[in-house]
Design a protein around this ligand. Structure first.
Ligand code: ATP
Ligand code: MG
Length: 563
């Protein structure tokens, strides 16, 4: 049962089609990536849309690799695309390749030539472009437009057999050089590319263009609703024109429907631009955690559930806009909050000495592993005289609005006692090296009589016992770009601090951490456990996301990164 008011515009179209007699059993979708790069967060929107519709209408969703351009297409990309779709938890019906249909497409192209609807053009690319003119001015017909059918058949065959060099001729559809839609001004159907294709190898030296290929592949697979992004909207008449040439009456005629792309602030969602960053060595690979590829996000600890919740939240529309990255992070945080055990880790330590605490004493204080979910249980954390706290949780002289530790002030140490800072020791450069304080032995956390004290103490700090702490490798990721809209001149706006490698000091329970675990480092953020690529496979804690929205801070500080 489908509730009307919750339908997005594509569902409404499908519902309308069913109402008008289209059999719901014939509904079929496809996701058609070009294997020339890894999938990014933008693709998730298209994947989610197609596969969720598939589930809703109990319809198959094909995975079709749109591999019509041998330059840049590789098997490693088809593999990564499949891995990413699986990571998102979706299952495709059939796996197809546009290159599977090259022979059929070629035969249909011959039909077009025979019907005087396509011709071989020998004009150079620049002249073809020039003759197209602009939407306000009619184009100019090519001199070759009126070649005889026989000559065209002869030349097209020679093109296919490799007699001509790249760039010397193309096959063009004969449509209308004065159409107000530029896509209809005799578009190119085939070009010569003497390149090895990752699947068909050297079998073909002419390759069909996207437009000639896409709709016809949809037709071959009997896709009922072919969903694509808005930039294809004015190519729809051409999609339909090509279908008109081959479509048989008793077959499903695919319907192209466009929706808006997903664009995210402070990120890029373009394979070409990501490839550029790799070529310039600005990022390491397609899987770099600073980039919003699915595998980059996965390495950083984004969960498929969190990512899908985000896509669901933004919805499907026809309006192009830029979505705030903080919304994505919010959704990730929301999910990680539920599934991550808590630990205390100090990233930038300063030594805290509790003068009235015995140096031989160790207390194992009790802590909940996840207050959101009692099933996570409890753990014991060692408390002692010598602790680390975060450097920025201490300020020598109290300032207004600073409620953490400063001399003369009290704070609570999480799961332990209330302390008051009394004095500091500085080194010869004036750097604080020790904070001395006293603890209130009666203030132990969890005791009933201490609840009334709660209101007075404004801050709770995380800490670790120095003697028991375990140093861990941490990678902190910050925005790769210093600007919100990343259109051009990418390398001018690279954040030099987009990755920081540091050592943190964790409570002993961290020794159980293993690859693939998520943790909340209390008061800091969520972290994901990976390993180094080297043989010794050291654990690395990747920062997934901060506890709080950092982007607002970036925007507020006039686009200056201060994380
Ligand atoms: P890129 O610009 O990164 O190369 P693309 O559109 O060329 O992307 P394809 O592999 O052709 O990448 O895309 C496969 C499918 O994913 C297409 O249907 C495309 O419309 C969709 N898609 C790509 N980018 C986005 C995005 N940012 N938002 C929503 N859908 C997208
Ligand atoms: Mg594309």
């Amino acid at each position: 049962m489908i509730i009307k008011s919750h339908l997005h515009f594509i569902e409404k179209i499908i519902e309308e089609d069913i109402k008008n007699g289209f059999s719901s059993e014939k509904i079929r979708f496809r996701f058609p990536p070009e294997p020339n790069g890894y999938l990014h967060i933008g693709h998730v929107k298209a994947i989610y849309l197609n596969f969720e519709l598939g589930k809703k209408y109990n319809a198959p969703v094909n995975l079709r690799f749109d591999d019509t351009n041998p330059i840049g297409e590789k098997i490693k990309f088809t593999d990564s695309i499949k891995k990413d779709i699986k990571f998102l938890g979706f299952k495709w019906d059939q796996e197809y390749y546009a290159s599977d249909y090259f022979q059929q497409l070629y035969e249909w192209a011959i039909e077009l030539v025979k019907n005087n609807k396509a011709y071989v053009d020998n004009l150079p690319k620049a002249i073809i472009q020039f003759q197209r003119k602009n939407p306000f001015e009619s184009g100019i017909n090519s001199n070759y437009r009126n070649r005889s059918i026989n000559e065209n058949l002869y030349l097209f065959e020679k093109m296919k057999k490799g007699f001509f060099e790249e760039g010397t001729c193309v096959l063009r559809a004969k449509i209308d050089m004065s159409s107000s839609n530029m896509n209809m001004r005799d578009p190119i159907m085939y070009r010569i590319l003497k390149k090895k294709h990752h699947r068909t190898k050297h079998k073909w030296c002419i390759y069909p263009t996207y437009d000639w290929t896409h709709g016809l592949c949809d037709y071959i697979e009997q896709i009922s609703h072919s969903l694509c992004t808005l930039e294809f909207e004015n190519r729809r008449p051409l999609y339909n024109w090509y279908l008109d040439q081959v479509c048989e009456k008793n077959k499903i005629r695919p319907k192209q429907i466009e929706f808006s792309r997903l664009n995210l602030s402070y990120s890029i969602t373009s394979k070409r631009k990501i490839q550029y960053l790799i070529n310039k060595k600005i990022i390491q690979s397609w899987e770099d955690p600073r980039i919003f590829t699915i595998s980059g996000l996965r390495h950083r600890g984004y969960t498929s559930i969190g990512i899908k919740n985000f896509i669901q939240e933004i919805g499907i529309s026809k309006r192009n806009n830029i979505i705030d990255t903080s919304l994505l992070e919010f959704k990730i945080r929301e999910h990680l909050n539920k599934i991550s055990p808590r630990v205390m880790v100090v990233l930038d330590p300063i030594k805290l000495i509790i003068d009235n605490y015995s140096s031989n004493k160790i207390e194992w204080v009790d802590s909940e592993n996840n207050p959101e979910n009692p099933r996570f249980g409890h753990r014991k954390i060692p408390f002692s005289k010598y602790l680390y706290i975060e450097k920025n949780d201490f300020l020598e002289k109290k300032r207004k609005e600073f409620f953490r530790l400063s001399i003369g002030c009290e704070v609570r140490l999480k799961n332990a006692y209330i302390i008051q800072a009394n004095s500091i020791i500085k080194d010869s450069n004036g750097k604080i090296i020790e904070v001395h304080c006293t603890y209130d032995p009666k203030s132990k956390s969890g005791k009933k009589e201490n609840i009334k004290k709660k209101g007075k103490i404004k801050s709770t700090l995380h800490w670790v016992s120095i003697k028991h702490s375990i140093p861990i490798n941490i990678y902190i990721y910050n925005s790769l770009f210093l600007i919100e809209k990343t259109d051009k001149n990418l390398n001018q706006y690279i954040n030099p601090k987009s990755i920081e490698k540091i050592i943190g000091y964790a409570e002993p329970s961290i020794h159980k951490a293993k690859k693939g675990d998520h943790f909340q480092f209390q008061r800091i953020g969520y972290f994901y456990v990976g390993t180094t690529k080297k043989y010794n496979k050291k654990l690395i804690f990747h920062k997934t996301v901060s506890m709080k929205d950092q982007w607002k801070k970036i925007n507020d500080k006039n686009k200056k990164i201060e994380l």
